[in-house]
Design a protein around this ligand. Structure first.
Ligand code: FAD
Length: 455
């Protein structure tokens, strides 16, 4: 009789789960184990809530297949070994991950498994192509530029998807442990966690079925044309489900690739960006704290008051404030708004991009080191952008991607009465109208060089 432990982390699904499938194929009894790690609690109330919901959903699914989700608290390595000993397991399976924390956890687990004569196997699953699997022809351990990575990624042979186990048998007498109800998050309109919710969202995105999400008018066929349209909200909103592995990135990419047209192709390319940043983060684990390359811009200013205005969505630049309010309301922000708000912080206000990383990381349901820090560094000009001096004029961006001002009015009720695109520049309104708006003047003259550069 063989018994295996599957230590789950951010691979909270049964579909296309290589570690779970392999454990179920090789062992008679399988323990899907999740350990609440105190070191990872309290980083983000939004993600904690999403995590609890995803775990409850996974437990429900596993119970439906004869198994259960076993829940423990404490150090994941110690708890895995303790559980393995309690059920006389011979093997442990995990999904390999890339962060410094995840890798040190995996190293410690490997050491302890050797000590306790347990076979440890790490499986792919957090990306489409495994981080580190593709190497540039000219040498180096990772791709620094997206386009050549994308070419290699599109041409690579992707692994085969694995089917979800139909039946899972837990060792007799093992206490599965309690799973408390999900604690409240900070964002009232946050999406619910879990594989079931993720599958609904994916299905709706691919097929146009009803219930895709609030305000979403477009599905994958329109993605190439509309993904930057702030008000249409025409993106998949799959990112939190990818972040927690509630959906398999490979299955999402395969499903999109099976569809014809520019929409699916553009969408698959975005999934490649996700893989790209994962292989960058694997090679450069300090991505969230250290410039990937020397800052292209002058040193950052310290200005706690300006930072607070940005965080609160009170900069006086409506498109920036709308993005920041969306982040708080939903624990998610449209990609175009992320670019605009991040560029405003790093290149207009010239504040430290790491403050932006931290703020986004607190609120985002999809917040993860590779994508958050990778994108922040791209915007700040310290990362993988081949044009690090690029500037985003928030006002031009606003008129281009929210021409009627609908996105801004959705998140800034104080500007709800300002019609059309004029909402993007309230400082141009007649003084009498402006005075009646409960909205601050802009922190800096938008579109101009910040005053401290001219001084
Ligand atoms: P879609 O447009 O439907 O794209 C599909 C998937 O492709 C996304 O779910 C995501 O997994 C991936 N993707 C899309 N754009 C990017 C990108 N630029 N980089 C990496 N992957 C991408 N994404 C995160 O998942 N977590 C983060 O913490 C994060 N932080 C960001 C911070 C900044 C400053 C910026 C500019 C972008 C950040 N992104 C992050 C990338 C992107 O904004 C989100 O992935 C996207 O908005 C999620 O919405 P969606 O699922 O509807 O995306």
């Amino acid at each position: 009789m063989r018994t295996a432990i599957v230590l789950l982390t951010r691979d909270l699904r049964v579909r296309d789960h290589p570690a779970l499938a392999a454990a179920c194929a090789a062992a008679d009894r399988v323990v899907p184990l999740f350990v609440f790690d105190p070191d990872l609690q309290a980083i983000s109330a939004n993600r904690t809530r999403f995590l609890y919901q995803a775990l409850a959903d996974l437990r429900h699914t596993l119970r439906g297949r004869g198994g259960d989700l076993v829940v423990r608290h404490g150090d994941p390595v110690a708890q895995t070994i303790r559980t393995a000993q309690a059920v006389a397991a011979d093997a442990v399976a995990i999904t390999a991950d890339i962060s410094g924390y995840a890798r040190s956890r995996e190293h410690r687990l490997a050491r302890e498994c050797t000590r306790h004569r347990l076979a440890l196997r790490a499986f792919p699953g957090i990306t489409v192509v495994e981080p580190g699997a593709l190497r540039p022809a000219g040498g180096g351990d990772h791709y620094r530029v997206f386009s050549p990575y994308n070419r290699a990624w599109q041409a690579a042979a992707w692994r085969d998807e694995v089917t979800a186990p139909h039946a899972i048998r837990l060792p007799d007498g093992l206490d599965p442990g309690d799973l408390p109800p999900a604690p409240p998050g900070e964002s009232p309109d946050a999406a619910p966690g879990g594989e079931t919710a993720g599958q609904h969202r994916l299905h709706a995105w691919l097929t146009g079925a009803a219930g895709h999400g609030r305000g979403v008018t477009e599905r994958i066929p329109g993605y190439a044309d509309h993904h930057d349209d702030l008000a249409a909200d025409a993106t998949s909103r799959l990112s939190p489900y990818l972040r927690f592995g509630c959906v398999s990135p490979l299955a999402v990419a395969n499903a999109a690739r099976a569809l014809d047209g520019p929409g699916p192709a553009a969408f698959v390319r975005q999934l490649c960006w996700r893989d790209f940043y994962h292989q960058v983060a694997l090679a450069f684990p300090r991505l969230a704290t250290d410039a990937y390359r020397a800052p292209a811009e002058p040193p950052w200013r310290r200005d706690p008051a300006a930072l607070r205005h940005w965080q609160d969505g009170q900069t006086g630049v409506p498109v920036v404030d709308a993005g920041m309010r969306q982040l708080r309301a939903e624990g998610w922000m449209h990609n175009r708004a992320r670019l605009i708000t991040a560029a405003y912080l790093a290149k207009h206000l010239r504040l430290d991009w790491r403050d932006g990383v931290r703020w986004f990381f607190r609120w985002l349901l999809d917040g993860d080191i590779a994508n958050n820090a990778g994108n922040w560094q791209w915007v700040a000009g310290t990362g993988n952008d081949t044009r690090p001096y690029r500037r985003f004029n928030p006002i031009r961006q606003a008129h281009r991607f929210d021409p009627d001002g609908e996105y801004v009015r959705r998140y800034l009720p104080e500007l709800a009465a300002v019609p059309g695109g004029t909402v993007h520049e309230p400082w141009r309104l007649p003084g009498t109208v402006r005075r009646d708006l409960d909205y601050p003047p802009p922190l800096e003259s938008p579109g101009e060089e910040p005053t401290w550069l001219r001084a």
